[in-house]
Design a protein around this ligand. Structure first.
Ligand SMILES: C[S@@+](CC[C@H](N)C(=O)[O-])C[C@H]1O[C@@H](n2cnc3c(N)ncnc32)[C@H](O)[C@@H]1O
Length: 510
């Protein structure tokens, strides 16, 4: 993804990157993870956020829409992409975000300090001096309790993938036109994957796997991920050493569930822990075990005290969201029978604990809105028929419902069944009297973009019927006016369920 500059501008000027929201970079997630490790990360709602290599602002602009009291600054080398982002910022009338067409190398302390510094999809694809400057800025521009996010390609996974990159580049780089390059890169991989037998050949299997991975990938991705001049993967421990040299320390992975060895067989996990010693070695061994190709690493100042043993009480200061569906039509919430709850990701929660079972139902009803832990606890206790306000003190040694819920939420979060958040949801469900949709999503719908950015900081594939209704949700129409104005596009009776769907997709502002 290196941005080669030529007289024709950078490669990103010629073929811009489709810039999208990445939930894993959102301060809401970074603050929650820092909190779990005993740190007091700044509140996302009023944070200052810097993104290095922000492309057209597809990640930063939705954050600025969702968090109007926070401040955002984006830096990118490609004037074309930045100009595109600036035009969108003007169209939306946003005053809390600026994008600068500038090299990371030219960023200095005049920009001030930031609570969150983000660099997604940049580090591995830029020259050494820029890599070093990214980490230098993560240290020098980060506030005392701030969190930096840097993603990068890792070894050993990229060792094998790099071979495929070499083969595609060897053939494709003889062509000048970017579209031709991508077409030829696909063609040579296709040819070789067909020519090398997979039976008994690790190489043949590798080519087949890479071909499958790239089949659905858009051209701009292949061009910038595989055909750029620079793509320098490194080992996790090397990255952490570099960060240490800048006074930073490893906090966690933004994809928290990837850190856990709980999904490894017990004997493998046990041996790993024995040979690891510390968190960095443990993570590095897991990369060897999983042949990892990519990391999204969070860093904090070396002076902070990171509590590696996460205590369930840490959940108490957070907001929780989840979409767990009870397997039974009438789950037993007031008794001790085991109930199962399915997550959309395919995971399964099984529990006999009344407070946990009830909390799963409370969260599913509130979805996508996150609830503060205390509210969730009180509502779950009430639903479970336990004393809502002051549960009886624990009998000697027995955990209270509060302890049980905190511990189960932590386990579910680690397993990717629930999410924890560092602040309240910037969206509502159900819709109010006059529903108001995110101005960004309305703009994207009007432009017929491929994806809508939700206020949960995710991408939703564009649907024309939903898109037309979305544009009417500008806060001026009540249900009757909506039904009337939408008739040209959708039958009046469908408006209610569609608005509900839009709310469930986290597209409605408070
Ligand atoms: C692969 S794109 C990633 C964009 C975005 N962060 C994302 O993940 O969608 C890499 C971006 O880094 C920018 N970039 C490369 N070198 C840069 C530099 N020296 N200074 C600022 N931006 C740079 C490119 O212009 C490009 O927009």
């Amino acid at each position: 993804m290196g941005a080669t500059t030529t007289s024709g501008g950078t490669s990103y000027d010629r073929v811009p990157y489709e810039s999208l929201p990445f939930a894993q970079t959102h301060p809401d997630r970074l603050a929650a993870l820092a909190h779990l490790f005993g740190l007091q990360a700044p509140a996302p709602e009023r944070a200052r956020v810097l993104e290095l290599g922000c492309a057209g602002g597809g990640n930063l602009i939705p954050m600025a829409v969702a968090l109007p009291q926070a401040q955002f600054v984006g830096i990118d080398l490609s004037p074309v992409q930045v100009a595109e982002g600036q035009a969108l910022i003007r169209a939306l009338g946003l005053r809390n975000i600026t994008l600068h067409a500038r090299s990371i190398l030219d960023v200095d302390t005049r920009l001030g300090t930031f609570d969150y510094v983000l660099a997604h999809g940049v580090y591995s694809w830029v020259p050494d001096a820029v890599q070093d400057k990214i980490l230098a800025l993560c240290a020098s521009q980060l506030s005392a309790d701030g969190v930096a996010y840097v993603s990068y390609n890792t070894l050993p996974g990229w060792r094998m993938r790099g071979m495929v990159r070499d083969l595609m580049r060897y053939h494709a780089m003889q062509f000048d036109d970017p579209a031709r390059r991508v077409g030829q890169a696909r063609a040579i991989l296709d040819f070789l994957a067909g020519a090398v037998p997979t039976q008994g050949s690790a190489y043949g299997l590798l080519l087949q796997t890479e071909l499958e991975n790239l089949r659905g990938a858009p051209d701009y991705y292949i061009l910038h991920e595989h055909l750029e001049d620079i793509n320098e993967p490194l080992y996790f421990h090397e990255f952490v050493d570099r960060a240490r040299r800048h006074g930073l320390q490893y906090l966690a992975e933004a994809d928290f569930s990837s850190m856990l060895d709980s999904n490894l067989p017990a004997d493998v996990a046990g041996t790993l822990r024995q040979i690891s010693g510390d968190i960095v070695r443990q993570e590095q061994f897991m990369d060897f075990l999983r042949n990892r190709t990519f990391r999204q690493t969070l860093l904090v100042h070396g002076s902070r005290t990171v509590q590696r043993q996460i205590r369930p009480e840490q959940v108490a200061g957070l907001w929780i969201s989840g979409q767990l569906q009870a397997a039974s039509l009438a789950p037993d919430l007031q008794g001790d029978g085991e109930e199962s709850f399915h997550a959309p990701t395919g995971g399964l929660l099984k529990s006999r604990q009344r407070v946990t079972k009830a909390a799963a139902v409370v969260l599913a009803r509130a979805w996508p809105v996150a609830l503060p832990f205390e509210q969730l606890l009180q509502e779950a206790l009430a639903m479970a028929g336990q004393a809502p306000v002051a549960p009886p003190p624990a009998a000697a040694g027995l955990p209270t419902p509060r302890d049980i819920l905190a511990s189960d939420i932590l386990q579910c979060q680690m397993a990717g069944l629930l999410s924890v958040h560092g602040g309240p949801s910037p969206f509502v469900h159900p819709a109010g009297e006059r529903p108001l949709a995110s101005p960004l999503a309305r703009w994207q719908a009007a432009q017929g973009k491929r994806y809508l950015s939700t206020l949960r900081h995710e991408s939703l594939p564009f649907d024309p019927a939903l898109g037309r209704l979305l544009q009417l949700l500008d806060g001026t129409r009540d249900r009757a006016a909506l039904a009337r104005d939408a008739t040209a596009h959708v039958p009046g009776a469908s408006v209610g369920p569609l608005v509900d769907l839009i709310g469930r997709a986290a597209l409605l502002q408070a």
